[in-house]
Design a protein around this ligand. Structure first.
Ligand code: SF4
Ligand code: SF4
Ligand code: SF4
Length: 314
């Protein structure tokens, strides 16, 4: 057996190498107990500049602990979408308003999700936070894959948490129980909340399960997957409470909790909604139109086509 293989075998048996620190997870170690697979293109892309200009040049950008620059994929309800490279430590506000150009819809920006699908959703009041590894993690999000999704006030934060949870369930490899089963249980509870069947006990169980999944999962996917749920509960609790206690979706997004109607004072009887409704749910009356609740499928087409803002969603 060659020396390297002998060392490997001995290492596996715990005879050589440093003892594994308890706080370093085995999924972060490879051959000889070291990181052996660096497949992040962004990291590799920094190497030529560091070789050409020196490590101190790279380290002069960024913060004390998070050095250099970071590329974010800016997307969502924002004017300028695309990839942006910024120095670590820049504020979320600068990225969203100066680089991103602010809201694309004219509506107030409500939140930003950083770090990809398992990142947390941060509210307006935290937009002066410096974008670095430590500050984002402390706030319940992360730098992660560099995703940055901007959301305006028409977004339901409970629905956002549900959307990312579904995505992460699909991504879970299923190897460990907390991630495989815990995430699905969380989705069941969040489905209940968005469908008007949520309870306060359910919300407590959701938080407890999210904490357990975060603590007990094997790899980073499971450990971070509860972030969208935990951060939206932390920063947007009144939205969860409206769904649970009042059976109401304040943003008018969760289908089971919303109701469409036509405001007779605003309606100009143009007939656009009548022609566009795919379910024949709009009834023509003498001077106006009205919606048949039994036929309405809450698809939102009437609201989209009405140029007079005469369709109410509550
Ligand atoms: S935490 Fe990682 S290892 Fe465990 S099921 Fe999820 S993806 Fe798989
Ligand atoms: S599209 Fe608007 S204005 Fe036209 S009939 Fe429908 S509700 Fe009235
Ligand atoms: S929400 Fe959809 S189904 Fe309901 S009335 Fe409007 S267009 Fe028709």
């Amino acid at each position: 057996m060659c020396g390297e293989s002998t060392a490997l075998m001995a290492s596996l048996e715990g005879e050589v190498g440093e003892p594994r620190p308890k706080d370093i997870h085995t999924t972060e170690r490879g051959f000889m107990d070291l990181p052996t697979n660096l497949n992040n293109v962004e990291t590799w892309a920094n190497v030529p500049s560091i070789i050409n200009k020196g490590a101190s040049w790279f380290a002069s950008k960024g913060t004390a602990k998070s050095k250099g620059t970071k590329i974010f994929a800016l997307t969502g309800q924002i004017r300028n979408t695309g990839l942006v490279e910024v120095p670590m430590g820049i504020s979320l506000r600068k990225i969203i308003y100066e680089i991103g150009g602010g809201s694309a819809t004219g509506k107030k920006i409500k939140a930003v999700q950083t770090g990809g699908p398992s990142g947390g959703c941060l509210p307006q009041k935290l937009f002066d936070l410096p974008v670095d590894f430590e500050a984002l993690t402390e706030a319940g999000s992360m730098v992660g894959s560099g995703g940055m999704v901007v959301m305006d006030e028409s977004t339901c934060m409970v629905d956002v948490a549900k959307y990312f949870l579904k995505f992460l369930i699909d991504e879970s490899c299923g190897k460990c129980v907390p991630c495989r089963i815990g995430l699905s249980r969380m989705l069941e509870i969040i489905n209940d909340i968005t469908e008007g069947n949520g309870t306060e006990e359910g919300l407590e169980l959701l938080k407890e399960t999210a904490d357990t999944v975060s603590m007990a999962s094997l790899c980073a996917l499971g450990k971070t997957a509860p972030n969208p749920v935990l951060s939206t509960i932390k920063y947007f609790l009144p939205e969860y409470e409206a769904h649970i206690k009042e059976k109401r979706c304040p943003a008018g997004v969760c289908r089971e909790l919303i109701h469409y109607s036509i405001n007779r004072d605003k309606c100009k009887s143009c007939g656009a909604c009548f022609k566009a409704c795919p379910h024949g749910a709009i009834i023509k009356e003498e001077k106006t139109y009205k919606i048949d609740d039994d036929k309405c499928q809450k698809c939102g087409v009437c609201k989209e086509v009405c140029k007079f803002n005469a369709v109410n969603v509550k």
